[in-house]
Design a protein around this ligand. Structure first.
Ligand code: FAD
Length: 431
């Protein structure tokens, strides 16, 4: 039997049809394009059955599928071990090319290398593209070619390079949709993938307040940020579009998008930081790692309203305001002397916008162990943070309904914890 000659576009962290580079080039290839998504067992097996991020992926794919159906095409959704899925697709189709956008996380890079080898062995050409970032891997380096480990010079070089281009090109695909393969593949329900709905949902992003971003972004009671993070994480919005918009609109907001790329190139160039202190001089710190203390932190019952409100916001919504993330992370590492990896893992489990590079980078920043980190002797005072950023207690009352009735005793006194943290860090930092 003659197999149909097709190309594949393999969606992963780029769940959109619009301004998607790999998809653009797939649609330009001369073969009909099958849009594919694989629910990868080796990722899904470790997640709870009601993981809200899987729900978001499913919902985003369903939205794209509607668009595809309107043009006589449909998503091919598979579930299983990625290599097994590709082996069976190779049997079924005459594959002329496989297009995808690069992913820079260690697991994804290893998986992609294995799949590329598998394809090449079958004489199928894989085509990969930079889509998730403006500048990737080693595109922004110091004069000696080494990666930057300090944010400000990285940002300056990033801006210099971006400004030399003007705006980055956006890859419009709409006029190429006739190149999608005509099909009516069955679209599985969430249950058929082995998951169930969660009441926690990703919010739509908003750019309404960005003109005042620098004035309001630090106040957790105000809706002053964009809520872009899960959309950038799963690619439901194009980073090129956002950066081009931010460059014309607000420099402070743009610099936050550059932080994202800074941490991505750090993880790419220094993958050891995923599990180890970036600064190995900090390896001698004697963490207390008290499990009961950790439980109180996780459940938002430390007695510090700002910490508790933040943890409850996270547990109830899968989101926490950035200012509060900084406070709870500092509290865990410094007040409680629990190593950053515990907090990082808890955030990874709960955050809708969990993104490995940003999470590890920011946790190491808070712990003081990171490449361009908060100094070890800077210990946020959660009470002062509350006075500065939630003076009227609007945020804390939202997440701690019992707050008015008189709030519990702090689990550890601030001045004591601060002195203990500084002494422990000092003793542990190898000279
Ligand atoms: C301990 C800790 C852990 C974090 N973990 C994550 C994570 O897993 N995933 C994640 O996307 N962000 C993480 N952040 C960064 C930041 O808190 C979130 O990106 C931000 O709160 C998301 O809300 P927003 O989209 O409304 O942000 P906005 O203020 O509107 O910022 C716009 C975008 O800029 C980027 N950005 C902003 N701040 C940072 C930052 N400090 N580092 C990297 N990128 C940034 C994000 O892509 C964000 O969506 C973490 C911060 C801390 C302190």
């Amino acid at each position: 039997m003659n197999k149909i000659a097709v190309s594949f576009f393999w969606f992963r962290r780029d769940l959109r049809l619009e301004d998607n580079i790999g998809l653009f080039y797939a649609l330009e290839s001369k073969y009909p394009v099958i849009p594919l998504f694989v629910f990868d067992d080796s990722i899904l097996d470790s997640l709870p059955k009601n993981d809200a991020r899987v729900g978001f992926i499913h919902e985003s794919l369903a939205g794209i599928n509607q668009e595809l159906k309107a043009i006589g095409s449909s998503f091919l959704i598979k579930k299983g071990a990625t290599a097994a899925v590709w082996n069976s697709l190779i049997q079924e189709y005459n594959i002329q090319g496989v297009f995808f956008n690069k992913d820079y996380e260690p697991y994804a890079m290893k998986r992609d290398q294995e799949i590329c080898e598998l394809l090449v062995n079958e004489n199928i050409v894989p085509f990969s593209y930079k889509d998730q970032v403006i500048f990737e891997e080693k595109e922004i380096t110091k004069a000696d070619g080494l990666p930057y480990t300090i944010y400000t010079p990285f940002k300056n070089k990033w801006l210099e390079k971006y400004n030399s281009v003007g705006t980055v090109r956006e890859y419009l695909t709409a006029d190429k949709f006739s190149s999608f393969y005509k099909s009516a593949f069955a679209f599985p329900s969430l249950n058929e993938i082995g998951f169930v709905e969660n009441s926690i949902k990703v919010k739509p992003y908003t750019l309404d307040s960005i003109s005042k971003y620098q004035e309001i972004r630090d106040f957790p009671a105000v809706d002053g940020t964009s809520y872009l993070s899960p959309h950038l994480r799963f690619g439901t919005i194009s980073v090129r579009k956002m950066v081009n918009w931010a460059a014309k609109t607000n420099a402070v907001f743009l610099s936050e998008l550059i932080w994202r790329e800074f941490f991505m190139q750090i993880l790419f160039n220094f993958p050891r930081e995923l599990t180890h202190n970036f600064k190995s001089a900090y390896d001698g710190i004697k963490w207390r790692n008290n499990e009961e203390d950790f439980k109180r932190w996780c459940s938002g019952t430390t007695g510090y309203p700002m910490v508790d409100a933040g943890m409850r916001q996270l547990n109830e919504t899968g989101y926490m305001h950035n200012r509060v993330r900084m406070v709870v992370a500092s509290f865990l590492c410094k007040h409680l002397l629990i190593q950053w990896q515990w907090g990082e893992a808890y955030f990874a489990e709960k955050l809708l916008d969990y993104e490995m590079a940003s999470n590890v980078g920011n946790w190491q920043w808070a712990a003081g162990t990171g490449c361009d980190a908060a100094p070890y002797f800077r210990v946020f005072n959660p009470e002062i943070q509350l006075k500065k950023f939630d003076e009227k207690g609007i945020y804390i009352r939202k997440w701690i309904p019992e707050f008015n009735l008189g709030y519990g005793q702090p689990m550890v006194e601030h001045a004591f914890a601060r002195d203990r943290a500084i002494a422990t860090y000092k003793a542990g930092i190898l000279k």
